[in-house]
Design a protein around this ligand. Structure first.
Ligand SMILES: Cc1cc2nc3c(=O)[nH]c(=O)nc-3n(C[C@H](O)[C@H](O)[C@H](O)COP(=O)(O)O)c2cc1C
Length: 175
C-alpha cells in the first residue's frame, strides 16, 4: 500500500497535526505544494487549515485524482471554531461539498480538528480579512452568532492554541 498525508497550512497548526499523524502512522506527510503524482497513492489523508470556509489546497490537490474507485480518502479540517458544534460541522461540510467532486465527497471520511491563531504572525492580507469580518459581526447579539463568528470574536487580536493531538486518535483508528 502506498499512502500519503498531504497538508495545507499557512501558520503551522495544520502542519503540526499532519506531522504528529505521520509519526503515529508511519505515513509520510508532505505539503500540498510538494505533491508530485497524487494518483500513485492508495490511501490519501488530506489535512487542511480552514480559510473563509475553504480547506487550504484541498480543491487544487484532489482535483488531480482520476480514478478513486479503489482508493481510501480521508479529509480533516483544522479551524478556529469549535469542531464539536453540529452547526459548525454542517457549515464546514457544506463548504467542502462545493470544493470537491460529489464522487470524492461521498467516498471521503471527514474529520474536524481545532487549530489556533496568533494575530501578531498574520500576513497583512489575512489580518485585513479578519478585521473586516470582525467589524461585520462584532455588534451581532451573542445568541445570534454562529460558532465560527463567536470563536473569531473571542480570539480577535489574540494568540490562542487549541491544538490537541488526542483528537487524532479517531483518525488513526480510521487509517
Ligand atoms: C483569514 C482567515 C480566515 C479564517 N477562516 C476560518 C474559517 O472560516 N473557519 C474556521 O474555523 N477558522 C478560520 N480561520 C482560523 C484558521 O483556520 C486557524 O487559524 C487554523 O489553525 C489555521 O491553520 P494553519 O495554522 O495550519 O494555517 C481563519 C483564519 C484566518 C487568518
Amino acid at each position: 500500500m502506498n499512502n500519503i498525508i498531504i497538508y495545507g497550512s499557512n501558520y503551522g497548526t495544520t502542519e503540526q497535526y499532519a506531522k504528529e499523524l505521520s509519526k503515529r502512522t508511519n505515513i509520510e506527510a508532505i505539503s500540498f505544494e510538494n505533491v508530485q503524482e497524487i494518483n500513485k497513492y492508495d490511501k490519501i489523508i488530506y489535512i487542511g487549515g480552514l480559510y473563509a470556509g475553504g480547506v487550504l489546497g484541498m480543491s487544487k490537490t484532489l482535483r488531480k485524482l482520476t480514478n478513486i474507485q479503489n482508493k481510501t480518502i480521508i479529509i480533516a479540517t483544522v479551524g478556529l471554531a469549535d469542531p464539536t458544534d453540529e452547526k459548525n460541522i454542517n457549515n464546514i461540510r457544506n463548504n467542502i461539498k462545493v470544493q470537491i467532486s460529489k464522487e470524492i465527497y461521498d467516498k471521503a471520511k471527514i474529520f474536524h480538528l481545532r487549530g489556533g491563531i496568533d494575530y501578531s504572525k498574520l500576513k497583512f492580507f489575512h489580518k485585513t480579512m479578519m478585521k473586516l469580518l470582525y467589524n461585520a459581526v462584532k455588534n451581532i447579539p451573542q445568541e445570534k452568532l454562529s460558532s465560527e463568528n463567536k470563536a473569531m470574536i473571542e480570539t480577535y487580536n489574540k494568540k490562542v492554541n487549541f491544538v490537541n493531538f488526542s483528537d487524532l486518535d479517531k483518525i488513526v483508528s480510521e487509517i
